[in-house]
Write a protein that binds this ligand. Structure first.
Ligand SMILES: Cc1cc2nc3c(=O)[nH]c(=O)nc-3n(C[C@H](O)[C@H](O)[C@H](O)COP(=O)(O)O)c2cc1C
Length: 438
């Protein structure tokens, strides 16, 4: 029987906009390794596939409406690859996946960083490829404006190929290290990349042995045509923020349909929609847990949560309809949000209350059986191979998942009892990638 692959998004003390105010949270957790260590332990004991870190390269958005920022926890975060490297020796099986931008890095730096994490963790590293959509990110890297969409994706496509080329600098058996003969490696098994493309000239090789899992696992989350093509060509796992079953099913089918053109089969790519479960022993208890969090949202923070996606709504009646997005930098999420508001007939206030919880991800409130029903239906209906679990607050919501939801999934045979392998690629059931020609 097919089983679900499950990741835990470990961003920002939880995704609920008021997560840091939850009485069970550790308000200074974002800067504390001990906090993340506790979360990683619960997630690994629960046999989750991976810990996922999102990332941004700036404090995004303005203090708009004024006063919102000083009430928000996102102004202070650890650099995620460094954090995951610190977690590597404190964990042994769970995958360690970080976001990193192709727009504001060089392939050589990034290939080196992630392959180091991979070695330090015994083959558990993953890279979530993003192009970064924030204009505040651009301003931290000497750009006057956000590089345009096509430019970012054109660079991203080449960037990923260069990184993969560098990861293949040495064959798996290149290092002989024979103290008796004095030969350290076989030069026939070292490959110089000599890449010359539109964006990058990289000679290589990368001075590091091949990954214990062949190559670190590549994740991507783009939803546009260009984003989907990068995913189909290069990603092992595709994240998405689809809210509705039919959208998710169409997305999964579209990704899998693109694979043969890149010489790949459907089972080589795992599609994981985000899912925020809000759990309780009963439906009433789950609803009460949700209400408790929603009550912690300051209205000024609620309005600010819509600003980056839908623009400045402060001139509109907060209890009136949501205006159509005009030129959003973050196309797919803006559309998702606008469609949600239209479908549900949400006012601006109702929309921020609805999205503040999931930050654009599907939110399901209920018992373990309710949520397992949904997950099972999505998997069996071809809308998901697994889920990127989005906790409202950490570690509280993770404890609920581990204590309530996972036992229910296991009872149904939908989730593992034990890790299958040592590396992230093995646990995800992904075959080694075919090497990129040097
Ligand atoms: C689950 C998920 C996680 C994402 N994480 C990040 C992130 O950490 N940093 C970032 O800049 N963008 C992130 N994105 C944004 C995507 O990289 C991408 O820009 C977005 O989905 C829109 O797709 P498009 O750019 O192809 O339109 C994420 C998207 C999703 C669905």
């Amino acid at each position: 029987m097919k089983q679900l692959k499950l990741g835990l998004s470990m961003f920002r003390m939880g995704y609920h906009i008021a997560a840091w105010r939850h009485p069970s949270n550790q308000p200074d957790g974002a800067m504390d390794l001990g906090y993340y260590r506790r979360i990683a332990k619960i997630a690994e004991d629960a046999k989750l596939d991976l810990l996922f870190m999102a990332d941004e390269l700036a404090i995004r958005g303005q203090d708009n409406p004024p006063g919102a920022r000083q009430r928000s926890s996102y102004v202070a975060e650890l650099e995620p690859v460094t954090l995951l490297s610190a977690l590597a020796p404190l964990t042994s099986r769970i995958g360690l996946v970080s976001t990193a931008s192709t727009t504001y890095s060089e392939p050589f730096n990034l290939a080196r960083q992630f392959l180091s994490l991979d070695h330090l963790s015994g083959g558990r590293a993953g890279w979530n490829v993003v192009t970064s959509w924030g204009k505040e990110d651009a301003a931290n890297f000497g750009h006057l404006a956000l590089p345009d969409y096509d430019t970012r994706y054109d660079r991203a496509a080449e960037f990923v190929e260069v990184v993969r080329g560098l990861w293949n600098s040495f064959d798996a058996d290149a290092f002989i290290r024979d103290q008796a003969s004095g030969q350290y490696f076989d030069p026939a098994k070292m490959h110089q990349l000599n890449h010359e493309g539109r964006w990058f000239r990289v000679k290589g090789p990368l001075h590091m042995a091949r990954s214990p899992q062949g190559e670190p696992v590549i994740f991507s989350a783009g939803d546009s045509e260009a984003g989907r093509e990068v995913a189909a060509r290069s990603a092992d796992v595709v994240f998405t923020a689809k809210q509705e079953f039919e959208d998710a099913r169409a997305f999964l089918a579209d990704i899998k349909r693109r694979l043969p053109a890149h010489g790949r089969a459907a089972e080589e790519v795992i599609v994981m929609p985000g899912l925020m479960p809000i759990l309780g022993e009963t439906r009433d208890a789950a609803r009460a847990a949700y209400d408790r969090l929603q009550e912690l949202i300051d209205p000024v923070v609620g309005l600010a949560s819509l600003y980056d996606r839908l623009g400045d709504l402060s001139g509109y009646d907060i209890d009136g309809p949501v205006p159509e997005p005009k030129d959003p930098a973050f196309r797919s999420r803006a559309e998702v949000m606008y469609r949600l508001a239209q479908r549900e007939g949400y006012s601006i206030r109702q929309l921020y209350l609805a999205v503040a919880a999931g930050r654009g991800h599907r939110t399901v409130i209920g018992t373990a059986a309710d949520i397992a029903d949904e997950m099972q239906a999505w998997m069996e209906g071809g809308a998901a191979d697994g889920f990127n679990l989005i906790p409202t607050h950490l570690p509280g919501a993770l404890e609920d998942m581990a204590g309530l939801l996972l036992p229910e999934l296991r009872r149904r045979g939908l989730f593992r009892q034990e890790y299958e392998g040592r590396t992230l690629r093995e646990n995800l059931g992904l075959a080694p990638r075919a090497a990129v020609a040097a």
